[in-house]
Design a protein around this ligand. Structure first.
Ligand code: ATP
Ligand code: AMO
Length: 421
């Protein structure tokens, strides 16, 4: 049978009278055999003088050959060098020579010719596909909202300022206010998968300056129901990966260990969480009501819980203005987090939908309600109770695939010291 195959030169082994060239593309590798006596010198010379990672097109006959890596090989009759590669590569895509993460990120195109990083992004693609399917099954509508905005929502220090035709503007930290406005629109139940921008000062293995947020918001549900949705979401995305990404899991060495988290994620209150953290003795000073959970406390809790778990009823003082307080106790909020044992994945809650209480909340946080008038005024025209959450897509992947660093889950990450590629 005659075939034409095209791909990258993975390896050339020249044994004298015979040479093998391994050609690679995303479907696999194929051996091209050069018996030098039996082929035109010019063809052999042209093929074997290219450097690794050059792009070739090879036309020839296919033969069964047990000694070939895939059981077949091609004897070439025509070779076209489509794009030559330099002899020196900044990164070895065959993986024989290892490279640190920074070199890999500087040369992502070459890095993604390797099986393992490619498997991560094939899985990421499946996660986002399954995410959309799950949300649609839950009756929600996909939205996209502006990334250039006039106000921040998640704390002023983490905003990237930009100039918008001479006016101060910001890169959006979260679609929070837009998704709430849409829960009150005729759409009622919405989701968005899009970029968020946070001027986090430090380089950490779990923070990015541009991340992908998976946001959900629905009218007529409360915090408990929003948590039910978060659990269903996580489980169905894991199920999709288990079902559709066996080859990629195999490549990452996870085929045997990968499991779908069991239903019924435990829900512990913030109060219980700080008691447990105090009992574990991992924090220098005992935590008291109103403290944020430090990283060591989150870690100790994660080890103890050993599965996904919710922390509910955070103190109102540590949650943003849009989170509703419990009706019977204004100190306690309906805000929740969903944590993987390694890190926080989700924040969410029921929202304050009453106009007067919302505006009081702004003032309590030192924010000027006038700047948010485009948002608050809609609370005067029929704002239903609503709830929702936001999840970092990269944190979902890092925890699902047991990656060391969140940058492994983004093709071109933005961090404190990385603005290109
Ligand atoms: P989010 O900011 O989305 O809520 P998070 O995991 O950063 O997610 P935080 O509540 O901000 O949650 O912080 C949890 C812990 O992580 C805190 O102990 C905080 O000190 C630590 N932390 C947060 N941001 C950073 C950072 N940029 N660098 C180092 N540590 C951080
Ligand atoms: P929060 O600020 O907790 O909540 O963000 C929600 C989730 O987004 C992810 N995330 C990040 N991932 C990587 N790098 C970052 N710098 C980063 N910042 C956040 C985390 C986090 O749990 N508006 C609320 C959500 C809501 O209430 O609906 C919000 O943005 O996984």
């Amino acid at each position: 049978m005659s075939v034409t195959v095209a791909g990258w030169v993975h390896e050339i082994r020249d044994l004298g009278g015979i040479a093998f060239l391994i050609l690679r593309d995303r479907t696999g590798k194929i051996q091209i055999k050069f018996e030098k006596d039996e082929l035109p010198d010019e063809l052999v010379e042209r093929a074997l003088s290219v450097h690794r990672e050059s792009v070739l097109s090879v036309t020839g006959e296919v033969f069964e050959e047990d000694r070939a890596p895939t059981g077949v090989e091609v004897v070439p009759s025509e070779i076209e060098v489509i794009a030559a590669a330099d002899p020196e590569l900044p990164l070895d895509p065959s993986g024989k020579v290892g490279a640190d993460l920074s070199t890999r990120l500087d040369n992502r195109t070459l890095d993604l010719r390797r099986d393992e990083p490619r498997a991560i992004f094939e899985i990421r693609s499946e996660v986002l596909r399954a995410a959309r399917e799950t949300f649609r099954d839950l009756g929600s509508t996909e939205i996209t909202t502006p990334k250039i905005v006039a106000t921040g929502t998640e704390g002023g220090t983490e905003l990237f300022p930009i100039t918008y035709f001479g006016e101060e503007a910001f890169m959006n930290q979260s679609p929070q206010l837009f998704k709430q406005l849409l829960a009150a629109s005729g759409l009622e139940r919405v989701f968005e998968i899009g970029p968020i921008f946070r001027a986090e000062e430090h380089n950490t293995p779990r923070h990015l300056n541009e991340a992908t947020s998976i946001d959900f918001e629905s009218a007529f549900i409360d915090a408990d129901e929003a948590m039910d949705v978060a659990e269903t979401f996580v489980r169905s995305v894991y199920e999709a990966v288990q079902e559709n990404c066996q080859d990629e899991l195999e490549t990452l060495g996870l085929a045997d260990s990968f499991t779908v988290p069991e239903a019924g994620f435990p829900r512990i209150t913030y109060e219980e969480a700080i008691q447990r953290a105090n009992a574990a003795g991992v924090v220098d000073e005992q935590l008291t009501w109103g403290d944020d959970l430090p990283t060591e406390a989150e870690k100790a809790l994660g080890e103890e819980m050993d599965q996904h778990y919710f922390i509910t009823n955070w103190p109102a003082s540590v949650k943003p203005f849009y989170i509703k307080d419990e009706d019977d106790d204004p100190e306690v909020s309906t805000g929740f987090d969903l944590n993987h044992p390694r890190m926080e994945l989700v924040s969410g809650g029921q929202r304050e939908h009453r106009y007067e209480e919302l505006v009081e909340g702004f003032e309590a946080q030192g924010l000027d309600p006038a700047a948010f008038e485009y948002y608050t005024k809609m609370f005067k025209y029929g704002m239903p109770p609503h709830a929702g959450w936001g999840m970092g897509a990269e944190r979902l992947l890092v925890t699902m695939l047991d990656l060391d660093n969140i940058r492994e889950a983004v093709i071109f990450p933005r961090d404190r010291s990385r603005l290109s590629p």
